[in-house]
Write a protein that binds this ligand. Structure first.
Ligand code: SF4
Length: 282
């Protein structure tokens, strides 16, 4: 039975797994994300959750991958998170219950909860409920976001966050548009807002040969970020082809099928550019 066939008060089992698992057509009756205003957050659509992540913030973490994304990054490794219909409809209560089970271990390992996607801010009410619950368990909380939906983020939402992992996909507006099919401005507004609040931020920059590696494009991100004292790290993520199979399985044309992974030399050059601008980069 698909999740969409269930009664509104019911939901499917929260799926453990990996960001690299393919999820497809699990909720065929789910609403479109365009114009999705959200609900009270009692239910939401998720791709999966991982335990034991060392990648998504300090310590050892649970990372919850939620469905829905308005961007269309050429290099997206998880196009199966773009639409709710490919995810699983679960209750916030169930997510919070699972989190509670792991909370003592997460606290002991100086870790916490990270919510990623997809784009977390498509489901602000759902994710805020989960973040609030995590704070009440004394867990460190983080989201990974493009910031594109920053206008949906209230101050109360930001209060639930110890860290924002902000994906700045390009510093040049035209390149940003080419990479994501969306506008760079909301991300810049969000970065400025976080800086004004001194909210801890890790910036992530995905390095794609021939797409985001132009020195001027990298410099534009570096110049933006370097003066922001709240930015603790700039992380350069080398493009890889691990998500290619998902594009194929979903019947999507993958624009980077012929693009080589970022070489160690290229990664070193770009990290060097960030450091030269005054950023802590790795
Ligand atoms: S923001 Fe993330 S999930 Fe959305 S298209 Fe880009 S890489 Fe994929």
């Amino acid at each position: 039975m698909a999740a969409s066939d269930l009664l509104p008060a019911e939901a499917a089992e929260l799926p453990e797994g990996s960001r690299h698992d393919l999820r497809h057509d699990l909720s065929p009756g789910a609403p479109a994300i365009e114009g999705y205003a959200g609900t009270d957050g009692e239910f939401g659509y998720v791709h999966s959750y991982e335990t034991g992540s060392r990648l998504d913030g300090p310590g050892i973490r649970i990372t919850l991958f939620v469905s829905g994304c308005p961007l269309r990054c050429q290099y997206c490794h998880n196009p199966d998170t773009w639409q709710f219909k490919d995810g699983t409809r679960v209750s916030a209560e169930q997510v919070i219950g699972r989190l509670g089970h792991f909370a003592p271990a997460l606290r002991a390992m100086q870790g916490g909860l990270t919510i990623s996607g997809g784009e977390v801010l498509v489901q602000t009410a759902f994710t805020e409920r989960i973040l609030r619950a995590a704070k009440s368990m004394n867990l460190h909380t983080a989201i990974e976001t493009s910031g594109y939906l920053e206008s949906r983020v209230t101050d109360a939402y930001l209060e639930q966050l110890d860290l924002v992992i902000l994906d700045i996909k390009s510093g040049d507006p035209e390149t940003y548009q080419r990479v994501t099919k969306r506008d760079l401005k909301p991300t810049l507004r969000f970065a400025e807002r976080l800086a004004a609040l001194r909210k801890p931020v890790w910036v992530r920059f995905t390095l794609v040969p021939g797409l985001t590696d132009d020195p001027a494009n990298v410099d534009a991100v570096a110049k933006l970020v370097a003066p922001m004292k709240n930015v603790e790290w700039v992380e350069v993520l080398p493009f890889h082809q691990l998500g290619a199979f998902k594009w194929k399985a979903l019947g999507l044309e993958y624009p980077l099928a012929a693009t080589a992974p970022a070489s160690p030399n290229l990664v070193a050059r770009v990290i060097g550019q960030f450091r030269a601008a005054g950023c802590n980069a790795r």
